[in-house]
Design a binder for this molecule. Structure first.
Ligand code: DC
Length: 214
């Protein structure tokens, strides 16, 4: 049986063998550098489901200077108040502003409400550090994606063309700072299945996650 028949049979399904809902959501979280975005996008593509890049919403709101910005995802592009901001939200300035916005509880709650509204219908792969706790605590499948600190730093360093030692140092600081959401980003949400991506190819990880739903 496959996920698109809305029958959850995999090990990751909280209501395994019982779930007969009309839709499904996979919530993917985990620490920086575990490959959340790449894996979430690839799993959504493989299943033909929608993909929620929750970080892009903080970025788009930060770019526009308001958490009340109308944010949509269309054909792989990010639209903020109708403007295509897909590339503009990736600058270091926006990264810093998004982090600040995400740390403000009131602004954050506006964004989380918008995210919950988005995923209130349809099949979704939801990616973000609070995917399985804040955005979709009732997701049918929760995945905690992880990798060793060395592997996470190695991937980031290769992506950004920087020395691995430097990235590893920053990462340790970021992991510690990310404890602010009431839960460490290094701790899986309740009911989450841990998938260690160390030494695996993207295809291998996607296959593991897909196996959790079908
Ligand atoms: O994943 P990212 O770098 O695109 O995220 C941008 C910022 O938003 C970053 O500071 C982390 C934060 N964020 C968050 O607090 N909760 C999420 N679900 C996603 C991102």
């Amino acid at each position: 049986m496959v996920a698109n028949e809305r029958v959850a049979t995999g090990d990751g399904c909280q209501n395994r063998g019982v779930y007969r809902g009309e839709r499904m959501r996979i919530a993917i979280d985990g620490p920086a550098g575990a490959g959340k975005s790449t894996v979430a996008r690839a799993v959504a593509d493989a299943l033909g489901w929608e993909y929620l890049d929750s970080g892009a919403m903080y970025r788009a709101a930060a770019l526009k200077g308001s958490e009340h910005t109308d944010i949509r995802f269309e054909r792989g592009r990010v639209l903020a108040d109708g403007d295509d901001v897909t590339d503009a939200i990736r600058t270091p300035e926006v990264t810093a502003a998004a982090s600040e916005l995400a740390g403000d509880p009131e602004k954050r709650s506006v964004i989380v409400a918008a995210q919950r509204a988005l995923v209130s219908s349809g099949d979704w792969v939801i990616e973000g550090r609070d995917a399985a706790t804040g955005i979709a605590p009732d997701a049918e499948v929760k995945v905690f994606l992880t990798a060793t600190p060395q592997e996470r730093a190695r991937r980031r360093a290769a992506q950004e063309d920087r020395p691995v030692e430097e990235v590893e140092r920053e990462q340790a600081e970021r992991d510690a700072a990310d404890n602010t959401l009431g839960r460490s980003v290094l701790t899986p949400a309740e009911g989450a299945v841990e998938v260690d991506t160390t030494g695996l190819t993207l295809d291998e990880v996607v296959a593991k996650v897909k196996a959790l739903v079908a």
